[in-house]
Design a protein around this ligand. Sequence first.
Ligand SMILES: [Fe+2]
Length: 492
Amino acid sequence: MDLSRRHFLEAGFGLGVAGSLGACVSPGSASGAAGMPDWHLGYQNAPPAGFDPSPMRLAFGAVPADLKGSFYRNGPAQMQYGDQYASHWFDGDGLIHRIAIEDGQAVHQARFVETKKRREEQAAGKFLSPGFGTLGDESYSVEGPDDVNAANTSVLVVNGELLALWEAGSAFAMDAETLETRGPKTWREDLKGMPFLAHPKVEPDGRVWNLAVGGDRVGIYRIAKTGELEDFGMVNIGRAAYIHDWTMTARHLIILVQPWINENLRPPVVAGFEWQPQHGLQMLIVDKDDFSNQRWAQAPARMFFHTGSAWEESDGTIKFDVVLYREPVLGVGGGAAEIRGEWTERSANEKGILTQIVIPVQGDAKLIETGIMGEFPQVDPRYRGQSRRLTALCTAPSRQRPGQTALTVHDWGSGQSDTFNFGESRMVEEFLFVPKSGSSKESESWLIGTVLNLKSEVSEVCVFDAARVSDGPVCILQADYSWPLGFHGTWA
Ligand SMILES: [Fe+2]
């Protein structure tokens, strides 16, 4: 094994140091739904076999005639074994959903990614693998990142191949129709087991870029739209910062080095992070044609999970949207209380604010805060890396329960926002832009996303017109059942 690869494998989630027992929190009494608040529906286990294909019911409106394709989503769906709860939301096994839509009809199905972690924990009936917030059981053998891979964060389709993504290990290849697990994806033999971040960036022409994060080293994947790896390079970011997402213009990669640093990477990984605001939020700007051509930019200290997309003005100024936090409280807590059915309202410092970062050619970057509280920013896939106006995100965090209540489209050009608030009875998740058939303008898109209906106790898929969000959904498709809240999706 070459040294650079070993560095990455060892950096992945504190390997080979599975700690002592007591991996997870055991609650005093409650198990299952008994005595739990209604919103805890979003944190309950999915059935072990997932969900067989099942038609969804049109509960409102009409499905747009041109909306045809597969809406895939991923999220942690095993948060509990008996009276043992996962101690971080990032550590539940990934459940891959497919909502196939055609001729106004929708069919939902879902399958767990059959990782080693999933197989062994299902057989034992308890959590074993070390994770982001989980210590792990000393009986569990760990030889590489994929032994602890939860495959639970996002999905990517490249040239028809469906991949379940995590951030510290391989992507897992899945059958795009049956959702059967094929196994870890190897992009090139010498990169076997190399991490593949859960936030790849796809250019409008289909080329994919992604990062492999291992301590202070970051690998860069360039993948053709046909799925072949075209290039893999390496840059040094100086610090072992937490990197969940990043961004890209047509010409540059922008790697955000936030001052949330982990120098020891022992499980549970989250306990090793230190907030070091004196470093600020640094950004490494890398030329896509020559990875050695780099420059740094500096912004005030902030924590983040998700960016929208970046572009460059004619004078070289870089602009991008991102949801920024004053402190990494949310990342540290990891939803452990919510998983146990407990919740207290977050302080202002724990809420993400939609912000534009402006990086001039010279001098420090500026933050333009919108005041909009939310998460999961998304942009029109036709405008990735290019100048654009719109960002969609879920907004209006509830003051009565976890999660958001609204969908907002913010227009950076006019500074105006268009919002639809579902109210307290629906938990709102990520919405994706799906360009309308035959259109080219950014506003000519559908927005598709999932919502957990707490009153009816069912999961829903909602579609909006991106140009008229405050008019409400154009349709709501309801399952006969609910599934747990997830993270990210893709449309194919
Ligand atoms: Fe994410």
